[in-house]
Design a protein around this ligand. Structure first.
Ligand code: IYR
Length: 222
């Protein structure tokens, strides 16, 4: 392995303190509008929007810059249907048998159930895969450091990018979701991490009346 090679930090922008305060406040004001949506319109979304959002996601930091992720953007109706059928099968098991009562109680305010029509209605499903190890052309494997943390960070980037583009999102977690490898033809070093549903909300979309914790509840300044 070669040593580091450095280039100037050419693209950094230094703002004034006033600009920073304004930008931070404006960003908060915008991102606090994001809600997890479960009622999607079937209006199509330009592929170029999804492409740029995934490019933005690919800029996320990762352990040793190994970028241990892959994204499959599904707009094909037949593939979305297969995903819905497989996910609903797992979800039915989850809600009927696997989930302990405590978990079901925690989900009650969200009103979720095993029916996932949005997996077919929404124009895009983006499956995120985490690669716990990489594979060299000769088949040898090498470890990806902090793969889960890295993919979690990237997922946050993707949610923000999609929100910024004007799309509604839902982080969907069918469990287990090994069926995604099979349906999407992903190799065995890739572990399904999350399914992001993206599109426009339907005209009559509603969201649960829930609140976020306050700054005091989530942060300590010492
Ligand atoms: N995976 C199930 C259950 C579920 C779990 C959590 I944690 C949520 O925040 C929401 C749902 C489902 O998608 O319905």
């Amino acid at each position: 392995m070669g040593g580091p090679e450095y280039i100037p930090l050419a693209q950094y922008h230094r703002y004034t303190e006033a600009e920073m305060e304004q930008r931070a406040a404006e960003f908060y004001s915008d991102i606090q509008r994001r809600r997890t949506v479960r009622d999607f319109s079937k209006n199509p979304v330009p592929r170029a929007v999804i492409e740029h959002c995934i490019m933005a996601t690919g800029t996320a930091p990762s352990g040793a810059n190994m970028q241990p992720w892959s994204f499959v953007a599904v707009s094909d109706a037949a593939v979305k249907r297969r995903i819905r059928i497989a996910a609903e099968q797992e979800e039915q098991e989850f809600y009927d048998h696997r989930a302990p009562q405590e978990w079901l109680d925690a989900l009650a305010p969200l009103g979720t159930d095993p029916n996932k029509p949005f997996l077919e209605t929404a124009p895009y499903l983006i499956a995120i895969f985490a690669q716990n190890y990489g594979v060299l052309p000769d088949g040898r494997q090498f470890k990806h450091y902090y793969a889960t943390e890295s993919v979690g960070i990237a997922t946050g980037f993707l949610l923000i990018a999609l929100h910024n583009a004007g799309l509604a999102t839902l982080t969907h977690t069918p469990s287990p979701m090994g069926f995604l490898n099979e349906i999407l033809g992903r190799p065995s070093n890739e572990r399904p991490f999350l399914l992001i549903v993206a599109g426009y909300p339907s005209d009559d979309a509603t969201v649960p009346k829930i609140t976020k914790k306050s700054l005091d509840e989530i942060a300590t300044f010492i």
